[in-house]
Ligand binder design. Structure first.
Ligand code: 2P0
Length: 332
């Protein structure tokens, strides 16, 4: 039989306001610090997983191209473990995973976050499992740390945890997306894949940057302040802390040997454009991940003026506007 158990899911990308960088345990993929993110409506991954009895290995198709399935296999192995315990045939079968992004892959737009969250929801669905969101988040973490957050919509917090088996290292929703509507502009300054992936970059930062201990020591303070800003819906506090935490991360990256320089000229120009918007009375705040794209948080009423300001920056190819998005869900 070829047509096996199948399911499809959609998960949205997220951007961290307080960022994850560094691992506590590389095998379990537990983070060294907690993080807080917003899920983005406009950027998502659709994934179909089909378990089949005739396959001799897992297959990954990413935007129509056959791709390396190593990280996907790690998550599928865990799902197969659950399925075998539940007596589902998927427990002993390989899978075809077919995934499409509606945005450039691997360019610092968190495709691994939406990708692994969609994979987990589709794979557990295909295997007939109905796991609690916390378990889905832990499974997604094994694929990519930031993916644990994309299981949830709105504002999500990932806990670093302390347990040696990773059981308390998961994300949960802090506040739903309708509780505090915000807008996010994503300025795309480069469409190609970034040069150093995050997994390798964060290991190098931990091993070589003299700033890494300070990064670890200051994380809990930033997380507490961000939780308070979100609870109080204090946009100025949220925005200032987001920029501060982002620039602290990039100071860590720049002080890594060899240096992790993710910015290009347009990235820097966009940062200045955001500061000029603020000087002109528009509350807008940037954040940047392990890539050259600039994400700008603003209030919904300022979205158009922010879009225009970013579109006018030399080197910005495209500005994608987003509101906050939902958690990962089954498409069928
Ligand atoms: C974040 N980033 O919190 C931070 C900010 C990039 C900069 O999480 O090794 O792809 O797969 O767990 O999740 C990117 O790291 O790393 C990331 P792995 P991941 O969004």
């Amino acid at each position: 039989m070829n047509g096996g158990a199948t399911a499809a899911a959609r998960a949205h990308s997220n951007i961290a306001l307080v960022k994850y960088w560094g691992k506590r345990d590389a095998t379990l993929n537990t983070p060294a610090v907690g993080s807080i993110s917003v899920t983005l409506d406009a950027l998502y991954t659709d994934t179909r997983v089909t378990f089949r009895s005739d396959l001799t290995d897992d297959e990954l198709w990413l935007d129509g191209c056959r791709s390396d399935a190593t990280r996907v296999r790690r998550v599928l192995d865990l799902v197969r473990g659950y399925a075998a315990s539940a007596g589902h045939p998927a427990g002993g079968q390989h899978a075809v995973v077919s995934s499409t992004n509606n945005f450039p892959t691997g360019a610092g737009l968190a495709s691994s976050a939406s990708g692994f969250a969609a994979l987990v929801v589709a794979a557990t669905g295909a295997a007939g499992l109905a796991l609690p969101a916390r378990e889905l988040s832990i499974l997604a973490r094994h694929g990519s740390g930031s993916a644990a957050r994309s299981i949830f919509g709105g504002f999500a917090e990932m806990h670093a945890g302390t347990a040696s088996d990773g059981s308390d290292s998961y994300a949960e929703e802090l506040q739903g997306r309708s509780a505090w509507p915000l807008a996010v502009a994503v300025a795309i300054t480069e469409r190609g894949e970034k040069s150093i992936n995050s997994t390798i970059g964060m290991v190098e930062s931990a091993a070589t940057s003299p700033f890494y201990p300070a990064w670890l020591d200051s994380a809990d303070g930033d997380l507490a302040e961000m939780r308070a800003a979100i609870a109080a819906r204090d946009f100025t506090r949220l925005g200032e802390l987001t920029e501060y935490n982002c620039l602290k991360l990039h100071a860590l990256m720049l002080s890594t040997r060899p240096a992790l320089i993710y910015w290009n000229a347009a990235t820097v120009a966009a940062m200045h454009a955001v500061r000029e918007l603020r000087s002109g009375g528009v509350p807008a705040y940037f954040t940047i991940d392990a890539g050259p794209q600039v994400k700008v948080l603003c209030l919904p009423g300022d979205a158009e003026v922010v879009r225009q300001a970013l579109a006018a920056v030399p080197g910005v190819h495209e500005v994608r506007m987003s509101t906050l998005g939902p958690g990962a869900y089954r498409l069928e």
